[in-house]
Structure formats: C-alpha cells, structure tokens
Design a binder for this molecule. Structure first.
Ligand SMILES: C[S@@+](CC[C@H](N)C(=O)[O-])C[C@H]1O[C@@H](n2cnc3c(N)ncnc32)[C@H](O)[C@@H]1O
Length: 214
C-alpha cells in the first residue's frame, strides 16, 4: 500500500501545532462535545490521532482509518503512551474500502478532504456522508474558505504555505481552498454549527458540524 507520508509524517502533528499556534489541535477536537458515551465514531485519515484518542476518552467506540503506515505508526505509539480507556479499531486501508453505510454516529474528516483534487474530494465527501447514520454527524475541520480584503489575503497565504509544502512532499494535490460547508451539504447533511479558530482576529481554521437527515 502506498505511504504518501513516509518522508514528513513524523513531524505532522508537531508542525501543525506550531504553525497554527495551537489552533489546529483545538479545531480537530471542537465538535466532540456533541458525542454521547457509546457513540460510534469514524475518524477518516486519522494521522497521529489527536481527536480519535480524545473521543475514546469521552467513551466513544472509535474506528480510525489511514492509508499511511508512517502516520499509523505514530498513532499507535500515542495509543500505547496515552492508553485511552476503550480499544480503538485501527484500519490500514483506503477509506473507499470501508463499506459500512449508516454505521456511525459521527464521521470526522479533519484536514483530510484538503489532500484531494476537485473531482475526487466530492467523491470522498459523499462516501464519508454515506457512513453516517440518519440523524448522525459529519464533522470537517479545515482551512477557512478565504474571504475578501486583507483578511482574505492572509487566509490565502496561510493555506498556500501549507499546501505548497505538503504537495511537494506528499501525494496531496495543489489547489485552492475547497468549499467545505458545500461539500458537507452535498453529502446529504445540514450545517448545524461552525466554530472558528482565529489568530489575531483572522479566522484561519474552522470546524464544521453537519447533520444527516433523520
Ligand atoms: C493531511 S493528513 C491529516 C491527518 C489528520 N487527520 C490530522 O488532522 O492530523 C491526511 C491523512 O489522510 C490520509 N489519507 C490520504 N488519502 C487517504 C485515503 N484514500 N484513505 C485513507 N486515508 C487517506 C493520509 O495518509 C494522511 O494521514
């Protein structure tokens, strides 16, 4: 299986923390407040697994999927070190090989949709939406869609620095910021909440909570 993060996967969590001055990890866990004990959670493209471990601590039954053995090695190390209360099901595979429609109370895609091309990202979002049970949640943590003026320019620079680095070192595709609320809606969900994570008054990251019709 292809490991797109063999070169830079080791530093992913730390550099995200430093680059965003702590906003990215907070963004990843923001919507876990909607979980109830015993909820089934899918974390797609889990990486080092910050929110997966947190969800387990909150009593959820977590399944985590990633294509990269490097990322999963770091995730497993964290599981060993942090010893979350419930066993986490770890799947080393392409998310498209997970065919469990309507099985999850919450599906989380944090900084995952941004690795795909314009056509592929719609397919991925729709597939993730299909894993959510009726009435369940689809959560996307991402870079904010740039607005106008100086703030929009800062938002664009923030995104293009990140994607320039990751498209050069991984299989991530170089592209503008996608319309993530639109993708969540396109996957059959209604947007119920958006939490922003600003630096010096500029919104740079957001966590989007979609809910599938019951
Ligand atoms: C940009 S990283 C984000 C990691 C993590 N969600 C985070 O926020 O730290 C994208 C992750 O998605 C994984 N990935 C990419 N394509 C995938 C696919 N088709 N199926 C499963 N995982 C995939 C990569 O290996 C990588 O770990």
């Amino acid at each position: 299986m292809k490991d797109g993060y063999w070169l830079v996967g080791f530093q992913y969590e730390l550099s995200g923390y430093v680059y965003s001055l702590g906003r990215i990890p907070r963004c990843k866990s923001a919507m876990l407040k909607h979980l109830k004990e015993g909820d089934k959670v899918m974390v797609a493209g889990v990486g080092h697994g910050t929110e997966a471990i947190e969800a387990s601590r909150l009593g959820a039954d977590v399944t985590a999927v990633d294509l990269s053995e490097t990322m999963l090695r770091h995730f497993r190390r964290r599981i060993e070190k942090e010893n979350p209360p419930k066993e986490i099901r770890v799947i080393h595979d392409d998310i498209f090989n997970v065919n469990e429609p309507g099985q999850y109370d919450m599906v989380i895609a944090n900084f995952f949709l941004n690795v795909f091309s314009e056509t592929r990202v719609r397919e991925v979002a729709n597939h993730l939406g299909s894993l959510v049970r009726p009435g369940g949640y689809f959560v996307v943590g991402e870079f904010v869609l740039p607005g106008r003026g100086l703030k929009g320019l800062i938002q664009k620079i923030n995104w293009y620095i990140a994607i320039s680095f990751y498209s050069a070192t991984t299989e991530a595709v170089f592209h503008p910021v996608w319309d993530y609320p639109g993708l969540v809606e396109g996957a059959g969900c209604t947007i119920e909440d958006i939490e922003y994570f600003p630096i010096l008054g500029v919104d740079l990251y957001w966590s989007i909570l979609g809910r599938k019709k019951a």
